[in-house]
Design a protein around this ligand. Structure first.
Ligand SMILES: [Zn+2]
Length: 172
């Protein structure tokens, strides 16, 4: 067992999100809605690691992530790994993957963008946002509709409660 694994207790069943960029664990918990889970969570912030200078780790019992949550994590921490645990053993481990097109997760802040168009009364559904990933590290995405380009610290996520959430880069 490597040294950094000893620092956080093992879980019996659930998910370990490892190699999160240092400082992003709380943002990930909040954005994915995991923070509201009643299950046991262990969070390591600024854990020393051999691979990257420092990292965050989240362990959650009895919770398995859905596709949307994994995409949210991939945007905030492209090096993150997701391990599924059963009986204290890793039964599956995967790296998150940023989708080529990010749909419905991020707000376009250009007020003239069609995704922000006011709905005519009795009109149809608003247009879902869609961004092309130009580069992954560092992240750069472009709105499919208005071509505006965003870096990670400029991104506003669409959160569950339809409220908008600006993600601030917490790395100093
Ligand atoms: Zn746009």
């Amino acid at each position: 067992m490597s040294e950094d694994k000893l620092k956080i207790e093992k879980i019996r069943k659930g998910t370990v999100i490892d190699h999160i960029n240092a400082g992003y664990a709380l943002t990930i918990l909040d954005l994915t809605g995991i923070a509201e889970s009643p299950n046991l969570m262990t969070i390591g912030i600024n854990v020393l690691s051999k691979k990257i200078p420092k990292k965050d780790i989240i362990k959650i019992e009895n919770v398995f992530l859905n596709e949307i949550q994994m995409q949210q994590i991939s945007i905030l921490s492209p090096n993150a790994t997701i391990s599924l645990i059963e009986d204290y053993k890793v039964i599956e481990k995967k790296k998150v993957k940023i989708p080529e097109i990010i749909k419905k997760l991020i707000v376009c802040q250009n007020i003239t963008c069609i995704t922000n168009a006011e709905l005519p009364s009795g009109g149809k559904e608003p247009i879902d946002t869609e961004f092309t990933v130009l580069t992954e590290k560092p992240l750069k995405i472009q709105c499919v509709y208005c071509d505006r380009i965003y870096k990670l610290d400029e991104i506003t996520f669409i959160s569950k409660g339809r409220k908008e959430k600006k993600i601030k880069q917490q790395i100093l």
